[in-house]
Design a protein. Sequence first.
Length: 527
Amino acid sequence: MGRGVMVGVTVGVAVAACLVAGVVVGKRVKSRRKWKRVMGVLRELEEGCETTVGRLKQVVDAMAVEMHAGLASEGGSKLKMLLTFVDNLPSGSEKGTYYALDLGGTNFRVLRVLLGGQGSSILAKDVERQPIPPHLMCGTSEDLFDFMASSVKEFVEKEGNDSESSVVKKKELGFTFSFPVRQTSVLSGILIKWTKGFAIEEMVEKEVAQYLQEALIRKGLDMRVAVLAYFSLLIYSEQVNDTVGTLALGHYHDEDTVAAVIIGTGSNACYVERTDAIIKCQGLLTTSGGMVVNMEWGNFWSSHLPRTSYDIDLDADSPNPYDMGFEKMISGMYLGDIVRRVILKMSQESDIFGPDSSRLSVPFILRTPLMAAMHEDDSPELTVVAGILREVLEISDVPLKVRKLVVKICDVVTRRAARLAAAGIVGILKKIGRDGSGGITSGRTRSDVKMRRTVVAIEGGLYTNYTMFREYLHEALTEILGEEIAQHVILKETEDGSGIGAAILAASYSSSNSVDTDTDTDTVQPL
Ligand code: BGC
């Protein structure tokens, strides 16, 4: 080979190497740019979801102010502050067998509890749970209530006639209906609107308990007639929101319970208010001087809430835009979908999630329990994240760095939700003077204020099953209240307040209990 040829080859190789290097560098630059864009989306999300203590305190104040406004006049606030007519809370001394039906977010349950009458004992409980078939959530009232009535019938018939309850003359039933209802008494109320994906228009503004009563009759459960043969029973049904059931159960076990919060598919809170503070209902008299108020806090709104473009889009795409703004930021129905929207945005900005997946555009495909599983994936390779991305969103082979990014998105969304829920709780405590700040206006310092032990009953899958959510909520509660005051505030997890609590409330309000002189129902304590 001549010298000239050698030089030519060498130059050629050098040029090729330069070209390859150029392509590699070009790719790197491009990929760095893409990553930068994705980081930009993340940064924007983090800023949009910021919940400094200062901001949380603004949310606390806004919640307390809105509570006042909602109590002052009908429609005075987005917080409905619904009267429940529950002025007696159980004390632990109730006795007998009671039933409950619970129509919540995703499940319907029938329950039976046997109360011992001494202290806090619940001697026995039977529960049957069924998911609500999605087509019934948007079908007709008849189909929905027939479905429930059939379950009740099966449940009651299974009991047999040799049990303790079969000799009870009257079967008392608490009906938990976890949607906004304007009550007219503890026995009746009118549906204001549906939430949590239900939409049976014909029922709006109608008496809810009547639908149940009629369905029971249709199913041959006209207790006074059909089942009389061996039960001799009559249904007395009292209707409560699930938060009220939770408060009742909390109070049954611990008389310092003043409020209840649910953070599950939907979110809401109720608490004990002084009747003289319920200005919109002047002259409201209760023996206790207090009444449980169902706040319907899911509809709370304040300009201090940290809202992102994802929240705005989610709201616009929902069946109830401009409604339930707080619930859409904090509850299990929505968190997974906020995360999905962020991932979608990132995948539109870059190809870090590989080729477009049509699944990413399907609303609610990433359910919150899946999101929680990704968030809490502690495997070194984030295999749970990889699995969910692959199986649910059809996104395969994403590098570890991108899987970590997904965990981060879940973290930002959940942390905001938990901290806002904590601010909501402190808002209630502030309204009833249990946040330890009562002394400030009267010149006393925070440390002079004698805090009473204050228990808030809490339930809902997001709180009970999602450890990170729960920890963020507790952390924020302490940050807002300060360690000293926070020691006196106890969040007590109740189990199945929406079911058992309703049955216990039925006991408190039961006519058999009121004639039973050894049963002492407690009254709502004036604050
Ligand atoms: C409903 C409330 C209910 C809450 C928790 C909300 O969507 O409006 O009535 O208490 O969910 O189940």
